[in-house]
Design a protein around this ligand. Structure first.
Ligand code: PMP
Length: 408
């Protein structure tokens, strides 16, 4: 849906006139309406952990409020937060960043937005590995850039193929944005799988790399997480390593994300932030310091819980005639093919002619909300977020199985 000019004479800026309202939010709105009507809808659309924020982060926020840390802070993060971030990068990623090579914003999303605003001019291209988090393309467009999709296929584990990447690079390419583990596919890269992509970038020194590591702590079956600037230090001077506290510590609402990169880029990001939102919330920064420097045991516990949930969902989906689902390496999403269901009919005679039609049918007739793959740039698939209880997941996959059995 594009933004319309209504009768009031409101005229949207050209910049946003071609940008859609998120399909995910629309599905969420329908699910909420059905819930209000008393339907037992299970929503598997959310991109946030169902766990709670750790108590020590909450306590730090309370203490910050009482201590009067309620004023503007340094624009892109307090020295204490930057020290905690630098320590995290060193401890977990083997990456050394000085304070002026670190920026903190209101979520990883703001850091990515700032980076595009700080670097893109009209016509500049950003390569996105499709399917991708829906926001990426619109964030590029808002910054007057041009998103260039490169398809990552199911048979390649939804990972970017190095030759496809090389073909997509033009003199106007500014960035490759890589997200591992991925939203929406859960695909993650091992060092050996990342290497050929980095080798392509080494041959094209005008292309910078944005590594969105927000799902870093959610990799399964012992797969070690790798980030590009650590694996290939020669790329560090043109890589922005983006991360945040939202997914790792179940702190989506606190709005703190951060990035590490060359100081000229970090300074340009600060210019954008200085003329938009100024510092991320002072109280949230205190909570983020506690999360990053406090006990890290929950990361391991939650990873184990998510891996169990993944296996429940993948096993159940693969037992359904018409659905095929690879076992993702990370994040909390499965991206299942519903190609085998296309062309079948619902009991009311409606034809399931797309993944959107299948998702509508699941929601309206069987009370399960998932997101069609067409939202992410690869159909016919659906994304299921397993960031909910095992009980909810078992019930949801039972409903999906019943829904598919009722198709003819
Ligand atoms: N990157 C990806 C791939 C995401 O899925 C999300 C959240 N949905 C973000 C970034 C943004 O996270 P934050 O809450 O830190 O802004």
């Amino acid at each position: 849906m594009t933004v319309q000019a209504p009768a009031t004479g409101f005229r949207p800026a050209q910049r946003i006139s071609a940008i859609g309202v998120s399909e995910i939010l629309k599905i969420g709105a329908v699910a909420q309406r059905l819930k209000r009507e008393g339907r037992p809808v299970i929503v598997l659309g959310a991109g946030e952990p169902d766990f709670d924020t750790p108590d020590h982060a909450k306590d730090a926020a309370e203490r910050a409020i009482r201590a009067g840390q309620t004023k503007y802070t340094i624009l892109d993060g307090t020295p204490e937060l930057k020290a905690a971030i630098a320590d995290k990068f060193r401890r977990e990623n083997d990456l050394v960043y000085a304070a002026d090579e670190i920026t903190a914003g209101a979520g990883a999303k703001q850091v990515i937005h700032n980076a595009f605003m700080a670097t893109l001019s009209p016509g500049d291209e950003v390569i996105l590995a499709a399917p991708y988090w829906t926001s990426y393309a619109d964030m590029v467009r808002i910054a007057d850039g041009t998103p260039v999709d490169v398809l990552c296929r199911d048979h390649n584990g939804f990972r970017l193929d190095a030759a496809d990447l090389e073909r997509a690079i033009t003199p106007r390419t500014r960035w490759l944005l890589l997200n591992s583990p991925s939203n929406p596919t859960g695909a993650a890269y091992s060092a050996a799988q990342l290497r050929p992509i980095l080798d392509v970038l080494k041959r094209h020194p005008h292309v910078w790399l944005m590594a969105d590591d927000i799902y870093e702590h959610l990799t399964y079956d012992g797969l070690p997480f790798v980030t590009a600037a650590a694996l290939e230090p020669s790329l560090k001077s043109r890589t922005l390593t983006v991360n945040g506290i939202s997914k790792a510590y179940a702190m989506t609402g606190w709005r703190v994300g951060y990035g590490g990169g060359p100081r000229e880029l970090i300074a340009a990001i600060a210019v954008v932030q200085s003329q938009s939102t100024t510092n991320p919330s002072s109280v949230s920064q205190a909570a983020a310091i506690a999360a990053l420097t406090g006990p890290q045991g929950i990361l391991v516990e939650r990873r184990a819980a998510f891996q169990r949930r993944r296996d429940i969902v993948v096993d159940a989906l693969n037992a359904i005639d018409g659905i095929v689902c690879r076992r993702p390496e990370g994040a909390f999403y499965t991206y299942a093919s519903c190609a085998g269901l296309i062309g079948r009919r619902a009991p009311d005679g409606a034809v399931i002619d797309s993944d959107s039609a299948f998702c509508r049918y699941l929601l309206e007739r069987h009370d399960v909300a998932v997101v069609p793959g067409s939202c992410f740039g690869l159909a016919p698939y659906f994304r299921l977020s397993y960031a909910t209880s095992e009980q909810n997941l078992r019930e949801a996959v039972k409903r999906i199985a019943r829904a598919c059995r009722e198709l003819s």
